[in-house]
Design a protein around this ligand. Structure first.
Ligand code: NAD
Length: 357
């Protein structure tokens, strides 16, 4: 199948606006959409470092990007009205639990009012037919259950990040029910994914970037919460879900509105320590200090997503097992460590390899 025909070919020639395009997941989404023949526009704060995927892949020359703050409603609305996108994905957010403790006000302002501003811009821009808000598994009220959360479970969140994402979901629901439910309005949904990993993510306090940074500087990295089981996913897995969701909303409309979980299969239960062991198989030289694991701030110990709805109704399912997930991820970083590589082409190769699965 020609890659342009994936997702029923709906992205080919469409204007797609991504907030948070300079970030880890947003930049991968831009690359995939470009390869699907979309005309891609971005809106976000500037990338933080030269190593970030947005810079490393030269995306600023390949898409049209606007450096701007999601909290500025007037500016965001103006940008939407100039671009007139067909489809919009919202990924601009403060995404880190630890950062949300350091600066809760900024966290709530960005993640709550950022979502409100996104939907206001969508609501007032008639060209938008599909809009997807990207949230997280942490939006659910976490009862430390051994089974996965379903889309109709209660929203919640104790730490400021999780609470802000629970709120972002409530905001999405409110806009769907109040403004997008009727007539010729946009079809709106949200995607809830787990712990996403892959080359190009250099955020602080995330296990794999921490390991690779320590490996590069020949130092030991510290393992936080080694026993925490997380829904690890290679970045293309949830992105495949968001793109599939966009296709269904575009072709079938509002029956696909609402929340959707995109997580690993139920039997894939792996802890932070398992991740470290798997990375060690690929890069034996990494050094981990497991004695300094004291993480004082509250972070949920067990979190799983029930993906039955996406599997049955969207035709989405995870394609990679745990071993492949770590392999694709580490390959992505190793691509970056070889300065002779064209990183954009390396990312495209991974997308093509993933699509073959
Ligand atoms: N990475 C994960 O494991 C993971 C898991 C679940 C959900 N998510 C969600 O996916 C989305 C993207 O996460 P990511 O990992 O790519 O994060 P990231 O930090 O790499 O990217 C965040 C993006 O948001 C932009 N942004 C942040 N504050 C902004 C502001 N005030 N104005 C404009 N832009 C702003 C940044 O510039 C960047 O482009 C977030 O909503 C995050 O909560 C991430």
């Amino acid at each position: 199948m020609d890659k342009l025909d994936l997702f029923s070919g709906i992205y080919k020639g469409k204007k797609v606006l991504i907030t948070g395009d300079t970030g880890f997941k947003g930049s991968w989404l831009c690359i995939w959409l470009k390869e699907l023949g979309a005309d891609v526009y971005g809106y976000a704060l500037p990338a933080l470092t030269q190593k970030d995927n947005f810079i490393a892949t030269g995306l600023s020359d390949k898409i049209r990007h606007m450096d701007a703050d999601i909290r500025n409603l007037e500016h965001l609305q103006k940008y939407f009205n100039e671009v007139k996108p067909d489809i919009a994905f919202h990924l601009a957010a403060q995404p880190l639990v630890i950062e949300s403790y350091n600066n809760p006000h900024y966290n709530f302002e960005t993640n709550l009012m950022g979502t409100v501003n996104f939907f206001e811009a969508v609501r007032k821009c008639e060209s938008v037919k599909v809009a997807i808000n990207v949230t997280t598994d942490k939006c659910y009220q976490n009862n430390e259950w051994i089974w996965g959360y379903r889309e109709n479970d209660a929203m919640g969140g104790d730490d400021p990040y999780s609470a802000s994402k629970g709120c972002s979901e409530l905001i999405t629901n409110s806009y769907i029910k109040s403004f997008f439910g009727k007539g010729n309005t946009a079809h709106v949904a949200s995607g809830r994914a787990g712990n996403v990993i892959g080359g190009g993510d250099w955020a602080d306090n995330r296990i794999i970037p921490d390991i690779i940074r320590a490996y590069q500087s020949k130092q030991e990295s510290v393992m936080r919460n080694p026993d925490s089981v997380r829904p690890w996913q290679f970045v293309l897995e949830p992105l495949f879900g968001y793109l599939k969701l966009g296709e269904k909303l575009w072709t079938n409309g509002k029956t696909f509105s609402g929340g959707w979980n995109f997580g690993p299969a139920a039997f894939e239960n792996y802890s932070v320590a398992d991740v470290v062991d798997e990375v060690k198989k690929i890069i034996p030289a990494i050094k981990i200090d497991a004695s300094k694991t004291s993480e004082k701030l509250h972070e949920a110990g067990l979190l799983k997503l029930d993906i039955t709805k996406a599997v049955n109704q969207l035709g989405w399912k995870p394609k990679l097992n745990f071993e492949d997930t770590i392999r694709y991820t580490i390959d992505g970083y190793l691509d970056e460590l070889n300065s002779a590589n064209n990183i954009y082409n390396c990312r495209v190769k991974q997308i093509e390899s993933y699509c073959k699965k």
